[in-house]
Design a protein around this ligand. Structure first.
Ligand SMILES: Cc1ncc(COP(=O)(O)O)c(C=O)c1O
Length: 389
């Protein structure tokens, strides 16, 4: 397995910071907001109540009921408590899902560009990653592309919408068709919904937890609180899958992490029960991401050779820098490296996402940092006159 390209970029940034450099870090895959106060207070309440001991490996019944209740209220999903398992972050949920489904030699469909962990999950399970190129459809996976890629060896499709790194969102109808296409051929779908709450209108969020039972039989939803409540360090997420798959995941987890922290489960469960406060928190974070995105994307497009589509969700700008490659720089990796060495700007090279020729810029950072970064990039690469609408 390879180390996570995104975590490696973040590590470089923090090392340079420790050496006293003034770093402009655009590599971060985590919200720059603090965890909402009411969630912190609930965690303190959990500790005060003595919730400091083991819970069931699947998480507490209170956690399951709360996630099910929230998904019903917010999305109209009909999910049973025993189809939910708590995990230590979304990542462990995805890992549990892949490990309990895949056998050596299975094929796993992964649309490109992909989140760095997906091919590594397949590798860990001795399965084979089979990539689906999505450049032709502007990085939005379609059911036709999936249909054309399925073979007798295909066991699983892994998708992520809203997407890291592209910021694209698969429309609800297409998502339904993708799952139908897979189910018809007995292929399972692992859908990573960790950015579920972060889509910018008119893009619509969609959770596969709302699909009819016969389709959900093939689906595992990966959920996370990391981005939802800006609580990446708390390590809590969940899966929603049929009971057989869920039981297998819980069995696996019972021999590894056991369960996520007891009072963190309590805090998240209680937070989801406070529906209005939860929605207010995610709405205000989304509004701030949107404000930054609305400034950042036109500004990036003014830089010579940079081309960036408007993200529909998550908090990443995925910049096509292929027009910069060829002169002084031979690859997007060299561009990312030059940004770091010459301007102390940390971005993530697209190669780790299976998209050489692109760089990922996170706007989960302050407007001031973004403005400083763009100014430096304009000095380095040159800039076109501002495009007026
Ligand atoms: C697409 C995607 N899935 C999953 C995760 C993992 O999140 P968690 O902190 O819940 O493990 C991330 C984190 O950056 C992500 O970008």
């Amino acid at each position: 397995m390879k180390g996570s390209a995104t975590l490696i970029a973040a590590q470089v940034a923090s090392e340079m910071k420790a050496q006293g450099h003034d770093i402009i870090d655009l590599s971060v895959g985590e919200p720059d907001f603090d965890t909402p106060e009411f969630v912190k207070e609930l965690a303190r309440e959990g500790i005060a109540k003595g919730l400091t001991k083991y819970t069931p490996s699947s998480g507490t019944k209170g956690f399951h009921d709360s996630v099910a209740g929230f998904f019903e209220k917010r999305f109209g999903a009909d999910v049973q408590y025993n189809e939910i398992a708590a995990s230590c972050g979304g990542k462990q949920g995805l890992f549990n899902a892949a490990c309990t489904l895949l056998n050596a030699g299975d094929d796993v469909l992964i649309p490109k560009p992909y989140w760095v962990t997906f091919p590594e999950l397949a590798t860990f399970c001795q399965a084979k990653s089979v990539f689906i190129e999505t450049k032709e459809t502007d990085f939005v996976l379609t059911a036709d592309q999936v249909r054309a890629s399925i073979t007798n060896k295909t066991k699983l499709l892994i998708i992520n919408s809203p997407n890291n790194p592209t910021g694209r969102v698969i429309p609800p109808d297409e998502m339904r068709k993708i799952v139908e296409t897979c189910a018809e051929r007995g292929v399972y779908v692992l859908t990573d919904e960790c950015y579920l709450f972060f889509a910018y209108p008119p893009a619509e969020v969609f959770t596969s937890a709302t699909l009819p039972t016969e389709l959900r039989a093939f689906v595992c939803v990966g959920g996370s609180f990391s981005k939802t409540f800006a609580m990446t360090g708390w390590r809590i997420g969940f899966t929603i899958a049929n009971q057989i798959w869920t039981n297998a995941m819980v069995k696996l987890q019972s021999h590894s992490a056991t369960h996520p922290t007891s009072f963190v489960q309590y805090a998240c469960a209680k937070a989801f029960e406070r529906y209005d406060e939860t929605m207010a928190a995610v709405t205000s974070m989304t509004a701030e991401y949107e404000r930054r995105k609305n400034w950042l994307i036109p500004a990036l497009n003014e830089i010579d050779g940079f081309k960036c589509a408007v993200p529909e969700g998550a908090f990443y700008a995925f910049v096509d820098v292929r027009n910069v490659v060829g002169g002084e720089y031979n690859s997007s990796a060299e561009i990312a490296d030059a940004l770091l060495r010459k301007r102390h700007i940390v971005v993530t090279d697209g190669t780790g996402f299976g998209a050489d020729g692109y760089i990922r810029i996170s706007y989960a950072t302050s407007m001031e940092t973004l403005q400083k970064a763009v100014e430096q990039m304009k000095e380095m690469f040159g800039s076109k006159a501002a495009v007026t609408a």
